[in-house]
Design a protein around this ligand. Structure first.
Ligand SMILES: NC(=O)C1=CN([C@@H]2O[C@H](COP(=O)(O)OP(=O)(O)OC[C@H]3O[C@@H](n4cnc5c(N)ncnc54)[C@H](OP(=O)(O)O)[C@@H]3O)[C@@H](O)[C@H]2O)[C@@H](O)CC1
Ligand SMILES: [K+]
Length: 531
């Protein structure tokens, strides 16, 4: 039996669409506050974040030069009002108006005249100031951004020197607030200070990769967002809360039986790495199906594994499978059982084709596909929806969702920010892994971790998010800011889980001595018993 604590939403970041945020702001403005108040709260938080960065970098903010890029809307007003606070702390502040005029609330608070970058002389002066700035504050445009960033804002952004510190107001200008797509020129921030609610682009790649460190400023609109954000991110405590922990009444059969169909002549090690990932994160039993020599290799490295097929709770299919009719038959048979599955590499396309044709014995929230971008492109092609890898990298959420909807599956799309998208569009975005994670065999370990979690009865969305998190954490521990090999990720997985569980604040502890189940308090997840 597994013990799980109640799932709260406190340890999950929820991200909302711009329409949701704007209607929450409009609701707050209708009853509780004014534009001016909201901007003052936002700007105060923004100024604090800027001062912290300046102090951390230069020892003191006093005497530093900050250039504010100020658009015509409230995003620009936030920057202007923050500028007032910065000036009060001895910072030299210059404001550059990118759209010919600035919001009246901004000018009311900061009495330095903004340089008009829409005229030639102003643009030249602005470019010179940007070249010498210690910090550039991007208040060009926020959640009302439409299309590509227009000139002269785009010219100013292009001129930001590599060494300058950049703080984005609410969202980096030039990214689409909802899809996270980046058209052309955009701000690459060191810090993004966001107000009231996280916007989807802050979690969704590719935008998520240019936001830098996220700082949240509560301006009081959060209670008006009483629905879950469609895009979410689990914090470490969020993962820890959900992590299945064995109780005293558990045995190897109750802790999850994972059937693995993996490995081939060309990629025998993939099956070994998948087994290591699964055992490293707490699976009860692994039952392996595959070529004899791959089985021998597994037993050499993972003597805990069983070689012959038998009863299982969940399948992990496809890691390292290539051109092997016996393996393909075993995958077909496993997919037909209706059991939960993690579907990787060589099994993805088969699975997508079968399910798109209506053959869906496993519910979409229990089947997790784990493609990289190339495999997602091939899945889309199998569905008759051609997309290049560049198209996918431009809008990964939307392309993953296409496969998730058409095949009624949950898709984990691997990347430096990994997204997990369910057939109903709900998604998790996790970015814990270091860049060193992109190495041969890393995906096989991830599939093994996902298999272990799936065999513990979690939903495919949770499995994907938690596996991505722990895989990233284990990789960071293994890499220690240097290169790593995939087997080291599996080696560090138990340590990563141990660290997470230490953060768990409200573990439900069973009392010793009670019979049958021993005080099991389970919230969510399906019940398991002796099998
Ligand atoms: N959430 C919260 O709780 C709070 C939110 N607050 C803040 O409000 C912000 C939203 O403010 P907002 O609605 O005034 O719009 P905003 O983003 O400033 O931009 C509008 C201007 O941008 C322009 N523009 C558009 N596309 C463009 C492009 N491609 N390239 C260039 N320009 C482009 C567009 O120009 P136009 O097309 O009309 O000529 C228009 O004038 C939000 O992000 C946050 O900072 C806080 O103040 C309070 C608490
Ligand atoms: K901005």
């Amino acid at each position: 039996m597994w013990h799980r604590v109640a799932v709260t939403s406190g340890n999950v970041i929820h991200a909302y669409s711009s329409v949701q945020v704007q209607s929450a702001v409009a609701g707050a403005l209708g009853v509780a506050c004014s534009d001016d108040e909201l901007i003052r709260k936002a700007a105060f938080g923004l100024a604090q974040a800027c001062l912290t960065e300046l102090r951390d970098t230069f020892g003191s903010a006093h005497g530093c030069t900050v250039v504010l890029l100020v658009g015509t809307g409230k995003n620009g007003a936030d920057a202007m009002v923050a500028g007032k606070h910065l000036r009060e702390r001895g910072v030299a502040v210059h404001a550059i108006a990118t759209g010919g005029h600035v919001d009246v609330i901004g000018t009311r608070h900061l009495d330095v005249p903004a340089i008009d970058a829409t005229d030639t002389a102003g643009l030249i002066q602005a470019l010179d100031l940007i070249a010498r700035a210690d910090m550039v504050v991007d208040g060009i445009v926020g959640d009302a951004m439409v299309g590509d960033l227009r000139a002269p804002a785009s010219d100013l952004v292009e001129a930001i020197p590599d060494g300058a510190m950049v703080v984005a107001v609410d969202v980096p200008s030039g990214v689409d607030p909802d899809s996270g797509a980046i058209g052309g020129i955009h701000v690459r921030a060191d810090v993004t200070v966001t107000f009231g609610a996280y916007k989807r682009c802050l979690l969704l790649p590719p935008a998520a990769e240019v936001v830098g460190r996220l700082v949240f400023v509560d301006v009081g609109i959060t209670p008006r967002l009483d629905v879950e954000g469609q895009v979410q991110r689990l914090s470490s405590v969020g993962v820890a809360e959900r992590w299945p922990v064995p109780g005293p009444g558990d045995h190897k059969y109750s802790r999850g039986l994972l059937g693995i169909v993996a490995g081939s002549e060309r990629y025998p090690g993939a099956a070994v790495l998948a087994c290591l990932g699964a055992f490293g994160t707490g699976v009860g039993i692994v039952r392996y199906t595959g070529p004899r020599h791959v089985g021998d290799l597994i037993l050499e490295h993972v003597p805990e594994a069983e070689r012959f097929p038998g009863k299982v709770d969940t399948y992990l299919l496809g890691s390292g499978v290539l051109d092997d009719p016996d393996q393909e038959r075993a995958i077909d048979e496993a997919l037909a059982t209706g059991l939960p599955c993690v579907v990787d590499a060589g099994a993805i396309e088969t699975c997508v084709r079968r399910r798109a044709a209506g053959d869906r014995p496993t519910p979409g929230d229990r089947i997790l596909l784990t493609p990289h971008v190339g495999e997602l492109a091939r899945s889309l092609a199998a569905l008759g929806r051609e997309a290049t890898t560049a198209d996918i990298l431009h809008r990964p959420y939307e392309h993953a969702l296409r496969v998730a909807e058409a095949a009624e599956v949950t898709v984990l799309l691997k990347g430096s920010t990994t997204i997990v998208v369910g057939p109903d569009g709900r998604a998790f975005s996790q970015d814990e892994g270091p860049a060193w994670l992109a190495t041969a065999g890393s995906g096989d370990v991830l599939a093994g971790i996902a298999g272990a979690l799936s065999s513990a009865g979690l939903s495919a969305l949770e499995v994907g998010a938690m596996a991505a998190f722990v895989h990233g954490r284990a990789a960071a521990m293994a890499a220690d800011d240097g290169p790593l090999r995939a087997s080291k990720i599996a080696e560090h997985a138990p340590g990563a889980v141990r660290e997470l569980l230490a953060e768990r604040t409200a573990l439900v502890r069973p009392r010793a001595g009670r019979r049958g189940g021993r005080g099991l308090a389970r919230a969510g997840g399906r019940g398991r018993g002796r099998e």
